[in-house]
Structures are given as C-alpha cells and as structure tokens.
Design a protein around this ligand. Structure first.
Ligand SMILES: Cc1cc2nc3c(=O)[nH]c(=O)nc-3n(C[C@H](O)[C@H](O)[C@H](O)COP(=O)(O)O)c2cc1C
Length: 169
C-alpha cells in the first residue's frame, strides 16, 4: 500500500485519515493534493464522507488510482450502511468497505449542504423525536441532529486494521 487519500467537508474524515496514517505509517493526502504527490495507479486506501449513501470523491479517485479499500465516514454507526454504500457507489466486491462514524453538526455546514441537512433535521429529526421506544442508536442520532456531535474514535478503525494486517499484497 502506498498512500491514504481522503475527502472531508467538516473534518471528521480527515481525522480518521490521520489516525489511520499514524497506525499504518502511511502518508495521507487530500484528494485535491494527490495529483501533485501520488503517482496515478498507486495503491491507496480511500476515505470519503457519506452523502446520501454516496462516498464523496470515490468516483473521481477510482479512475486514476488503485483503490484497495474504502472507508466511508458518516453520521450512522460504525459498520452500518455497507450494503447501501456498495450499491450506490458501484464499489466492486473485491474492494472492502468500512463504514466509520464521524459526526454531524449543522452549524459547520454551508450552502446547499446546510439547506439539505436543515430539512433533514426537521423531517427525520421530528420523526425520531416523536418515536416511542427509540433504540440507543436512534437516541444518539437524534442528539446529533439537535445539538451536533462527534464520534471519531480510533477504536472504530479495528476492522480496517484487521483487514490490513491480514491482506496479501
Ligand atoms: C448533505 C449531507 C448528506 C449526508 N448523508 C449521510 C448519509 O446518507 N449517511 C450518513 O451516515 N451520514 C450522512 N451525512 C453525514 C456526514 O456523512 C457526516 O457528517 C460525516 O461525518 C461528514 O464527514 P466530514 O466531517 O469529513 O465532512 C450527510 C451529511 C450531509 C451534509
């Protein structure tokens, strides 16, 4: 593996890229800077934030680089949404996907993202607030929508670190 590449909007994906870089002793770069730093065709681990199940930047990066694993960072719990992410982004089954919980804070968003998520907080947030018997995961989601929250944790990297340790090159 040569490099870790990431796309981040509010910073949580970048934090995971840095944590992973420290763990694997690999350099990490944003998608915008790789063309000056990383040769096309290089083997990379790609981290992108999840937007409506899409992984930001994946379609672009996969054209020029040999993506060996995808980490998709969202507000949902670590390890969830893998099937939706694979389908939506057409990620082949040969590429493992690891979803990681980042966070959410509507105050950190701008432009169209802020508009989209303000609507989401009003609709989905209201639905959750009115729901009886919320699960722990739903409580966390509601709290995040109402007050913001960040759940970046190196423990969430366990699955990708296990995969990295076992992979053959
Ligand atoms: C427009 C928009 C759509 C989003 N859609 C999803 C989603 O489908 N699933 C999810 O888990 N998180 C979703 N999120 C939450 C982000 O993926 C989450 O806040 C992530 O931590 C952002 O990463 P960043 O801090 O690197 O920008 C969405 C956020 C925005 C702004």
């Amino acid at each position: 593996m040569n490099t870790i590449v990431y796309t981040s909007n509010t910073g949580t994906t970048k934090e995971y890229a840095k944590l992973l870089s420290d763990k694997l002793s690999l350099p990490y770069y944003s998608l915008d800077e790789i063309k000056y730093k990383v040769k096309p065709g290089s083997k990379i681990i790609y981290l992108g934030w999840i937007m409506a199940s899409g992984v930001k930047g994946y379609k672009k990066v996969v054209k020029d680089y040999d993506v060996r694993a995808v980490c998709a960072v969202g507000m949902g719990a670590t390890g969830t949404q893998v099937k939706e992410v694979r389908t939506k982004n057409k990620i082949p089954s040969s590429i493992p996907i690891f979803t990681l919980q980042g966070g959410f804070d509507v105050k950190k968003l701008h432009g169209i993202y802020k508009i989209m998520m303000t609507i989401m907080v009003k609709t989905a947030g209201k639905g959750l607030a009115n729901k009886q018997d919320r699960t722990q995961e739903e409580d966390q989601m509601l709290e995040m929508m109402l007050h913001g929250g960040k759940y970046v944790d190196e423990k969430n990297l366990k699955a990708i670190l296990d995969w990295y340790g076992k992979r053959g090159e």
